[in-house]
Design a protein around this ligand. Structure first.
Ligand SMILES: [Zn+2]
Length: 409
């Protein structure tokens, strides 16, 4: 019997009907209606959550950005806006480094379910060099961690690397030990504590932006895990350079995400009768989409020979088809129903036309962001009569972001 996690429809948009924002002295805290976790934004350091708590534990600290010696702590927060959009709680923050050429930044932190999707922008001034390091979405995981699951960089997957679980050794008594290092961003790293607490630190869909390293060229990024006695420092640097490099004056965007849970949630069968609910399926594996909407995973592949690949959820044709089918289901007479999504597993893709209509050539991306967004949309469309489940996936059990979409609490 296929197992999957289900979530009752009534907990859809747990953030939607409730004010998820608590304003304090120089802080803004995001609190979902169902409780369980909270995320604290501070005026200083600014520009990303300073702390995420799950139950009574702090699981993430000090999400930050930096340019060489200047970090989030020196940045000046000029504007913060908190609002709800499509069932998510959104915190938008912007400011600048009030020194020299005044490098500007903007971050949008979008919270839903048990995840955060961040979009970070630099407004790069003319003539501003990076001497050594530019960090975005670096953070600290406090406490003791047993292992991490690695979904490797897309290029490594294309070359045959497999996702793997890695044991974390005993920490050094002083200083730091490097326990992981990549020059391209891993798609996701999921850290696990002995009590089942998990934190997923992942890249956004825009892998190509991270890999362009603000124009410095391939392999100019640095992604490291530094183990310390009190936790793990996760370093994400889209640019690490040995000689000063001056990016072109323009806007640079980077997306990343976090997700968290404990013990993954309850497992329920997706096959067989359950509560007398009528069953429906959403499958994109049957060749009903144009080949151009499928994932292209090998460089130079002819679109016509992509038939066996799964659909890329970032492709406009895929999104149109999913929305068309879900709207049909939503129009059915009210009754307790279950929708099972088949082949629900994110993957990387090189087809640049999925990102922008008419765009040619290869741009590396992966479609987890689109899956999180579309499932949230799907559940709002279907409403509380429906339960939504996913089956036949390979990564749902490994990634808290996916598990959280279908969880029963
Ligand atoms: Zn694609």
């Amino acid at each position: 019997m296929t197992q999957a996690k289900l979530n009752p429809g009534e907990s859809v948009g747990a953030l939607a009907e409730h004010n998820p924002f608590e304003f304090g002295e120089a802080t803004l805290t995001v609190v979902p209606e169902a409780g369980g976790w909270r995320a604290v934004h501070r005026d200083q350091p600014c520009g990303a959550p300073a702390e995420i708590r799950l139950g009574d534990q702090t699981i993430v600290e000090n999400c930050h950005f930096y340019l060489d010696g200047l970090g989030s702590g020196q940045a000046l927060l000029q504007k913060r806006r908190a609002h709800r959009r499509a069932g998510a709680a959104v915190v938008e923050e912007s400011g600048l480094f009030p020194f020299g050429r005044e490098l500007g930044f903007r971050q949008s932190s979008r919270y839903a379910f048990n995840h955060l999707r961040a979009t970070f922008d630099f407004e790069w001034p003319a003539g501003q060099p990076v001497e050594r390091h530019l960090g975005v979405g670096s953070l600290f995981l406090p406490g003791q961690w047993q292992s991490y699951f690695c979904l490797p960089p897309a290029r490594h997957l294309a070359e045959g690397a497999a996702p793997a679980r890695v044991s974390i050794p005993a920490p050094p008594t002083s200083g730091e030990t490097m326990i992981g290092h990549w020059h391209r961003p891993p798609l996701a790293l999921v850290f696990r504590r002995a009590d089942g607490t998990r934190v997923e630190v992942g890249s956004g869909s825009d892998l190509w932006r991270w890999q362009q390293s603000l124009g410095a060229g391939p392999e100019s990024g640095s992604y490291k895990l530094m183990l310390r006695a009190d936790g793990i420092r996760v370093v994400r640097e889209p640019l690490m350079t040995c000689a000063p490099f001056t990016p072109a004056a323009q806007a640079y965007r980077f997306k990343w995400h976090l997700a968290w849970d404990q013990d993954g949630g309850r497992q329920l069968p997706t096959e067989g009768g359950r509560d007398g609910r009528e069953r429906h399926e959403l499958s994109l594996a049957s060749g009903e989409l144009p080949a151009a909407a499928r994932r292209r995973q090998a460089s130079g592949t002819d679109p016509a020979v992509r038939e066996p690949a799964a659909a890329c959820w970032l492709a406009a044709a895929t999104q149109r088809e999913i929305k068309r089918r879900v709207r049909q289901l939503a129009a059915l007479p009210p009754a307790p129903r279950i929708l099972t999504i088949r082949d629900f597993s994110p993957g990387f893709c090189l087809d640049g036309s999925h990102l922008q209509r008419g765009r040619r050539g290869e741009l590396e991306h992966w479609d987890l962001d689109a899956m999180l967004e579309l499932v949230a949309w799907m559940r709002r469309q279907l409403g509380s009569e429906w339960q939504v489940a996913a089956a036949d996936d390979r990564l749902q059990d490994e990634l808290p972001s996916l598990a959280g979409l279908f969880r029963i609490d």
